[in-house]
Design a protein around this ligand. Structure first.
Ligand SMILES: Cc1cc2nc3c(=O)[nH]c(=O)nc-3n(C[C@H](O)[C@H](O)[C@H](O)COP(=O)(O)OP(=O)(O)OC[C@H]3O[C@@H](n4cnc5c(N)ncnc54)[C@H](O)[C@@H]3O)c2cc1C
Length: 471
């Protein structure tokens, strides 16, 4: 009997599961597939935790896509468990909540005439008198579209919380990817009730009944039934190669370490980790490029709060510089029916692992989040917080810092030399991908292997079918 080809997929997030699902929609007798993840559950960054009776994602994950194939995939996989949710999101600034998308009347009434005048002046000055140049930094890109005042109020502090550096050190590529098509005119048109095509302004989204991770649990269930082995709590430590072929990987579990031979590898582990795990080592310029790619880390403080009538938003962006928290989510507003007498609230912080906040214990983080919720008056008193837990997620945001393109290009060209390897997903391709892009990358990469297709997986999310607000 012909020996089955050993295919390994690193990462059981949307991308890795997308690959496994496409290759094993029905039993596949030509491949032997092993899916490996270091977490204790599938879903990657889009996994969900059930705590007591409540469900929490790693930061809220709304389902939105412009890709019809992906939307259909979500609907087919989740059926009635995929629920359409009305969107309400606001921005917290100067102790006030501003509607997002911006509504002119709302801004005028809350900021006062002097600030309104300054906004209008800086916007028109910029539009009428400044020569349009191709922006290099995020700051230049936003000021070009919105003017200095709106930039300072609605973009600067939030973006600096997310990225941990000044906006003039962030690449314009991030603005291009995240807020494309959304310029001031679009915002105004939206405020006046005219239809516009900018993604940021969508007013509903899909969400699985039991949290984002429900989709990935379902996908995992299907592929397991069809013969895929999924190893959880298992970390890929080394990736061996020879003459431009990946030959084997070494795995570490709590109990032991072993080596698995590989005929074909898909990887969604962070690109820099992948390069640094190669054995023999990659050339020194490639190793240096990997060391220069920066990921931003993320903390979610999940809280159970007494009462089920807190704020009505799905989430609130915290622009105020005096608060460390970046976003507060009310999961009760992701459901058709409310929890009885309690609210599932998450408070998100961005960090680097060297930062003090990353070193804080769970108890300290819960205390900090509670204090900030009270300070912002999103809850009235600290003892409404009944319980909580913390998720620290390293390497969750590929950071488009100035100059990253050069290092990225070095790494991309190096990995493309391996003929039995495809990189997929968000960290895997160092791309600011959302779930739909990640899933699509996994599916298309699988088609490349199975059908000898020639999809350029790197091109996903480049030509901007998809677009989302700065968050
Ligand atoms: C806070 C936050 C909010 C978000 N909100 C949204 C949203 O609203 N909508 C949306 O569409 N997207 C959202 N995203 C993006 C979404 O989470 C990602 O696009 C998606 O999860 C990427 O899927 P992936 O499979 O490429 O990577 P991941 O989800 O990162 O999965 C990679 C997997 O690889 C595993 N892994 C890594 N290294 C190793 C190793 N050495 N050995 C074994 N396993 C390894 C990891 O454990 C992980 O499970 C959000 C992301 C974050 C962080």
């Amino acid at each position: 009997m012909k020996k089955k080809k050993k295919v390994v997929v690193i990462g059981a997030g949307p991308a890795g599961l997308g690959t496994a699902f496409e290759l094993f929609k029905s039993k596949n007798n030509t491949l032997d597939l092993l899916l490996i993840d270091k977490n204790d559950r599938v879903g990657g960054l889009a996994r969900t935790y059930k705590y007591k009776t409540l469900y929490f994602d790693v930061g809220p994950h709304r389902f939105y896509t412009k890709n019809k194939e992906i939307l259909q995939f979500w609907k087919n996989t989740l059926g009635k468990d995929l629920v359409k949710i009305k969107r309400l999101t606001r921005m917290f600034y100067q102790d006030k909540l501003f509607l997002y998308p911006v509504q002119i009347g709302d801004v005028i009434s809350k900021l006062g005439l002097l600030t309104d005048f300054k906004i209008a002046f800086s916007f028109s000055k910029n539009k009428l008198f400044r020569k349009k140049k191709v922006p290099v930094t995020f700051e230049q890109a936003i000021i070009q579209d919105f003017g200095e005042n709106l930039y300072k109020i609605f973009f600067k502090t939030y973006s600096e919380k997310v990225w941990g550096i000044k906006c003039n050190q962030i690449s314009a590529k991030w603005a291009a990817q995240r807020i494309k098509n959304l310029n001031f005119l679009e915002v105004v048109k939206n405020a006046l009730g005219q239809k516009n095509k900018a993604k940021s302004l969508i007013d509903s989204f899909y969400y699985p009944r039991l949290g984002a991770g429900q989709l990935y649990e379902k996908m995992a269930h299907v592929v397991r039934k069809n013969g895929v082995q999924i190893l959880l709590n298992c970390t890929v430590k080394k990736i061996f190669h020879q003459r431009r072929l990946i030959t084997s990987i070494s795995l570490q579990t709590a109990a032991d370490q072993k080596t698995v031979d590989v005929d074909y590898l898909f990887s969604s582990m962070p690109l820099s980790d992948f390069i640094l795990a190669l054995e023999p080592k990659a050339p020194s310029n490639v190793v240096q490029a990997a060391q220069k790619l920066i990921f931003r880390d993320h903390i979610t403080v999940n809280l159970i709060i007494a009462g089920n009538k807190l704020f009505p938003d799905n989430w609130i962006y915290i622009h105020s510089p005096t608060l460390k928290m970046a976003r507060v989510t009310n999961y009760n507003n992701f459901r058709k029916s409310r929890q009885a007498n309690s609210s599932a609230i998450s408070v998100e912080y961005f960090a680097f692992q060297k930062d003090k906040i990353w070193q804080m214990s769970d108890t300290e983080l819960i205390k900090l989040a509670t204090e900030e919720l009270v300070q912002s008056k999103l809850i009235t008193k600290a003892d409404l917080v009944l319980d909580g837990f913390v998720i620290k997620e390293a390497q969750s945001y590929p950071a488009y810092y100035l100059g990253f393109e050069k290092h990225f290009a070095t790494l991309k060209s190096y990995v493309q030399k391996f003929s039995n390897l495809q990189l997929i997903g968000r960290g895997g391709m160092y791309k600011y991908n959302n779930m739909d892009h990640a899933l699509l990358s996994g599916i298309l990469a699988a088609k490349n292997l199975r059908d000898h297709s020639a999809f350029d997986v790197w091109a996903i999310n480049e030509d901007a079918e998809y677009l989302e607000e700065a968050k």
